[in-house]
Design a protein around this ligand. Structure first.
Ligand code: ADP
Length: 645
């Protein structure tokens, strides 16, 4: 749903804590290459802001010189930055000069504002792009156990929300911070230069504005968090209800669901209103504070211009300085109003950077030794030697699994759900590493082989193949990008997929995936088989899911699988035992241990678990003996308990 991760409830807390000095890393690792853009941004920012301050100062100088020449106070036309010789003698000439300088300030300001925006945006966009692509690259190389306990939405949130927050801070946040700095320092310097006593009074409100906005942010933040959480609840409720619309209709619970939606929507309304009522008091409050400063400056400055003392606070001020004070005094209110949000943006960017760098530093459970060599398969013999493994240290999933599959032969793994069949094969692909024992291919420990070359030689076919958004052709050649059209069609034919593909609206160019044509499980499996044919691996893993396909499709799939597995070392996870009865070896797995092993004939003869399963599936016996059912339900309960974790 793309909701932002709140710091309190952060699935990436571990990563966040691991990252040291994330902001410094952001600037040193990514900032460096973008220094030119940042320099242009900073330089243009400073100049543009200084030019912004120029008109009020020039106006003051002009006013003073008019008053002087009218004989009513004021002072000589004097611009500290221009030599006296450059200032025209006549009033009209001076007017031209002032108007000319103001025009330059405006046009120059416009130009520098443009380069400022260009510089900052370019800086922020480049860093955003580089951080996102690096994070994605790193993320997809992480081990499967990292993905196992994270949800897709949470991972998406790092790649989108966190990266965007960095961009926002680098652009808006730094820009505002710089503007705040230049405005406050610039205005303070000018005012102090003109009249330091009055400047003290005008500047008095700067810290007050700072404290006020900071306090405001502290108050509004928890309220915004509440809003985000309640909008998340509304979305989940809606998503859940629309997904389950059929159940709602068939159980006729529309009113009940409407009430539930009303409840969460009311919570959202309340949270939002709470935040709004705090927020709409902020700007009037800011105006009141600024107004106090303005009134004080106006009163005291005005009295000084008129020469009337105000108790012990007395001083002198020219009319022009008075004008400059009034005009500039208003200028730092808005930059100061952003003070709180700059701090807020920084804090959020810090948390985002910590998550991102924490993720980049994620240690790898599977590592490649520097001496790892590329795999070259000669015979294709695969051996498991007393392999033990657990996903967590405290729970062993596989125990002493041993078997030896000669090149070109097939080993079928059968057994109840949760027995560890998939786990056995994940170890062969090195999704995880064995804890004890070893797995070898042609005698070589797979830990001494580069992961990439290992996975190139091991194909994986599953019924539940994920289709990427794109055409059928793109999905077929996925991972075998160099194959040409003829090879692709030949593979599709061998996989019995050609015919149904030709029946799709645009044949091989039909868009599939989430937004395209939906393919059935059987069709997806045949695409997966065609992919494996194109990849042409020496070792093959067939993961048969339990979902049903009709008998005709099953026959087609079986025919294409026979073709595919003929000369390859094959591991097959099968639920329908009829599909594997010709395998050279069948291993029956129960609770992580191989309890029976042999050919179909041998196992039937042994009259154990396999023989009973076969009997049930072939319809020869009605049900399994009670002890198997009891064991199965215990196991099922265990699997469900672990899945709930
Ligand atoms: P099968 O393929 O025989 O159904 P699996 O190999 O999928 O069995 O699972 C074996 C056991 O390992 C089950 O208890 C399951 O809950 C557990 N398991 C599977 N995958 C993970 C994982 N990523 N993290 C922790 N436990 C897992």
């Amino acid at each position: 749903m793309g909701t932002a991760i709140d710091e309190d409830d952060d699935p990436f807390e571990e990563q966040r804590e691991r990252a040291k000095n994330p902001m410094r890393r952001l600037f040193t690792e990514y900032g460096r290459e973008n220094v030119p853009a940042a320099t242009i941004g900073i330089f243009s920012s400073v100049i543009a802001r200084i030019l912004d301050l120029l008109p009020p100062v020039l106006l003051g100088v002009a006013v003073d010189s008019i008053f002087k020449q009218r004989g009513s106070g004021g002072s000589e036309f004097d611009l500290a930055v221009l030599p006296a010789s450059a200032i025209p003698e006549t009033e009209v000439g001076q007017l031209y000069l002032v108007v000319g300088l103001i025009a330059v300030a405006f046009f120059g300001g416009a130009g520098f504002h443009f380069t400022r925006n260009w510089g900052w945006n370019s800086f922020a966009q480049h860093i955003q792009h580089e951080v996102r692509t690096d994070t994605y690259d790193k993320m997809q190389r992480l081990n499967m156990d990292f993905f196992a306990d994270k949800q897709t939405g949470e991972l998406m949130s790092i790649l989108s929300n966190d990266v965007n927050r960095l961009e926002r801070f680098l652009n808006d946040g730094m820009n505002s911070a710089l503007r705040l700095g230049v405005m406050v320092i610039g205005i303070a310097a000018i005012l102090i230069y003109l009249n330091w006593q009055l400047a003290m009074i005008t500047l008095l409100i700067v810290p007050l504005l700072g404290i006020f906005t900071y306090a405001f942010i502290q108050r509004i933040q928890p309220k915004y968090k509440q809003v985000r959480s309640s909008v998340g609840q509304v979305n989940s409720r809606l998503e859940n209800n629309l997904g389950g619309i059929q159940v709602i209709k068939t159980s006729s619970t529309e009113s009940y669901e409407s009430e539930r939606v009303e409840d969460v929507s009311q919570d959202y309304f309340d949270a939002n209103w709470d935040a709004i009522s705090t927020r709409i008091r902020f700007y009037p409050g800011l105006r009141v504070l600024a107004g106090v400063g303005f009134v004080l400056t106006f009163l005291i400055g005005g009295l000084w211009v008129l020469g009337a003392p105000l108790g012990p606070i007395s001083g002198t001020l020219s009319p022009g300085e008075f004008v400059t004070f009034i005009l500039l005094g208003q200028r730092f209110i808005w930059p100061m109003a952003q003070f709180g949000s700059i701090i807020n943006m920084y804090q959020r960017a810090y948390a985002s950077a910590a998550r991102i760098f924490g993720l980049m530093d994620e240690p790898s459970r599977i590592s490649e030794t520097p001496a790892a060599e590329s795999l070259s398969v000669s015979d294709g013999r695969v051996s498991y030697e007393e392999v033990s493994f657990g996903y967590d240290a405290d729970e062993q999933i596989l125990e002493d699994v041993t078997f030896d599959v000669a090149g070109g032969e097939t080993l079928a793994l059968v057994g109840p759900t949760g027995a560890g069949k998939s786990t056995v094969l994940k170890l062969l692909l090195r999704m995880y590493d064995v804890e004890e024992g070893r797995i070898t291919i042609d005698g070589e420990d797979i830990r001494d082989i580069t992961i990439q070359s290992l996975r190139r030689h091991v194909g994986y076919v599953s019924q539940d193949t994920f289709l990427f958004y794109g055409t059928v052709a793109q999905n077929l050649t996925y991972g075998a990008f160099e194959s040409d059209h003829e090879e692709m069609v030949a593979a599709a034919k061998a996989a019995e997929a050609h015919e149904f593909i030709m029946n799709l609206p645009e044949g091989y160019d039909t868009e599939v995936g989430e937004r395209g044509v939906k393919l059935s499980g059987g069709q997806r499996q045949r695409i997966s088989i065609a992919r494996a044919i194109l990849k042409d691996p020496e070792i093959l893993i067939l993961d048969e899911a339990t979902s049903d396909v009709d008998t005709e499709t099953e026959m087609l799939i079986q025919r294409s699988l026979d073709e595919l597995t003929r000369d390859r070392t094959t591991f097959a996870i099968a639920h329908r035992l009829s599909t594997i009865k010709d395998a050279e070896q069948i291993a029956v797995l129960e609770a992580g241990k191989i309890v029976e092993q042999g050919t179909h004939g041998e196992l039937i003869g042994a009259d154990g678990l396999y023989a009973h399963l076969w009997g049930v599936q072939a319809g020869e016996i009605d049900e399994l003996p009670q002890e198997f059912i009891d064991r199965a339900s215990q196991r099922q309960a265990r699997v469900e308990a672990t899945d709930d974790d």
